[in-house]
Design a protein around this ligand. Sequence first.
Ligand code: NI
Length: 136
Amino acid sequence: MDKVERIGVSLEPDLLAEFDAMISEKGYRNRSEALRDLIRKELANKQLEDPGAKAVGVVLLVFDHHVTKLTEKLLNLQHSHLLHTISSLHVHLDHHHCLEIIVLQGSVNEIQAVGDRMISLKGVKQGRVNLVSGQD
Ligand code: NI
């Protein structure tokens, strides 16, 4: 870790008790690490509010691969954004259903747009896009 600065934080006892309970439940060993993560999370969320910000996105889809041309459409969408598709993982869940995880890199709005197009395809039963801020 780089040089650190110590800060003092004043909290009401009830708020501190809730914070301690939460971080203990999550497995943090000390308040400092939990506070650092909270600050990083807020900073990353702030960055992701900018549609043009660099990000990495994970598109998670559950779909019925028997639906006509769905697999082809999903592949075409990935190939049309080849520069941004870092990786994908396909799991055959059962006779009908597949789970696909597609990792995309690009701007927040690009990733969201591609993810939304995938999720809105007929045959996609569940889908979500999760973003983390890109590292510069
Ligand atoms: Ni499959």
